[in-house]
Design a protein around this ligand. Structure first.
Ligand SMILES: Cc1cc2nc3c(=O)[nH]c(=O)nc-3n(C[C@H](O)[C@H](O)[C@H](O)COP(=O)(O)O)c2cc1C
Length: 325
């Protein structure tokens, strides 16, 4: 972020990450070591399910076509027919396998039912526990289950349930972060915990290029999951102005100013925009729920009001309705 010119295609992003000379051997070796065999993807690169709708069919299909695991993002409300549409739209753009991410803290039962009916390759889970029951249901439908965890305890529970792979998220990660451990300390602990279990560990958090990939492999990961790196690609559904700001600005800060009501206890790394600098000392009792509406966005087909401090990632439909602060 910041230092490099915008990469306008997944392909270029790929060349940078995968084909870098220093990485090539490691990636080839990693491929032979089992990632492909277990989940069926060419490279150990996962594109995170960027919420609320930034990882859409175009991005996911582009990643799948390039040999990685692309993850759609399901709506935060029950909308099984819409979920099926998302999957169908993606299948029109790729004949490769792909997955979908579900945030368990939001309503999701009907969405997961639709996902299993569609027999998509991977169900990624976040912000909640994967039950044995869900795992059995998914496996009966031929769907692999891959939770993203942010702590040793969460990883332990996922391994005990018998998940198919684990994404380990360090606190460096973009988006709302679930844990407080740095990737470099958490990742090797989870790798040791997995031990002989056939569960590939995937590293997430501030990995943006070949060096990060190699570092993750050195710590015992079998693959990497990147989110921020995919935000400013041509195929991402983020608003063009947001993509541009990601490239232009290079200072970030860790904060809980945004989304306190919807994502309690979930700080995240944000760009130091003038708006953020003005409001970064927001009193602790304030949150987005009683703030003025500053914009509207059509998210997964539904028009939503965006309140100040909501921290919702803008998509191309987002319009501002109140911008005096
Ligand atoms: C804008 C944005 C939205 C995200 N939304 C989700 C989400 O809905 N579900 C999820 O599992 N992870 C989400 N993440 C976190 C990613 O899964 C991943 O942990 C993170 O992007 C890795 O760090 P990086 O952004 O430095 O690559 C999001 C990340 C970003 C940047």
């Amino acid at each position: 972020m910041g230092q490099k010119p915008i990469k306008h295609q997944i392909f270029l992003c790929w060349v940078d990450v995968v084909a870098d000379k220093t990485t090539k051997l490691a990636v080839e070796k990693n491929r032979d070591m089992g990632w492909k065999g277990i989940l069926g993807f060419e490279y150990g690169i996962v594109q995170a399910p960027l919420g609320p709708d930034i990882a859409g069919p175009e991005l996911v299909a582009a990643v799948a076509n390039a040999g990685g695991l692309g993850l759609l993002r399901a709506p935060d409300w029950e909308s099984p027919e819409y979920v099926k549409e998302l999957i169908k739209k993606t299948r029109k753009l790729t004949d490769k396998p792909f997955g979908i991410g579900v945030v368990l803290a939001f309503p999701h039962k009907e969405n997961i039912k639709a996902i299993l009916e569609e027999k998509i390759a991977v169900l990624q889970l976040y912000w909640g526990e994967c039950s044995k029951e869900l795992l059995v249901e998914a496996h009966n439908a031929g769907v692999k289950v891959v939770p993203q965890v942010g702590s040793f305890e969460e990883a332990k529970k996922a391994i005990n349930v018998g998940v198919d792979a684990i994404i380990v998220q360090g606190r460096e990660a973009g988006g709302h972060v679930i844990g407080q451990d740095a990737l470099i300390s958490l990742l090797p602990r989870v790798v040791d915990l997995v031990g002989d279990h056939d569960i590939p560990v995937i590293a997430a958090g501030a990995i943006v290029d070949a060096r990060g990939y190699v570092a993750a492999l050195a710590l015992g990961a079998k693959g990497i999951c990147m989110g921020t790196r995919f935000l400013a690609t041509h195929e991402s559904y983020a608003h063009p102005m947001y993509k541009q700001k990601l490239i232009e600005l290079d200072k970030t800060e860790y904060t809980d100013v945004f989304g306190r009501a919807r994502w309690p206890g979930a700080p995240h790394r944000v760009l130091q925009t003038p708006f953020f600098c003005d409001w970064k000392s927001l009193p602790a009792q304030e949150n987005e729920s009683n703030q003025p509406i500053i914009g509207r966005s059509i998210i997964h087909g539904v028009e939503k009001e965006i309140r100040r401090f909501a921290g919702t990632v803008p998509n191309p439909t987002t319009t501002a309705v109140h911008v005096d602060s």
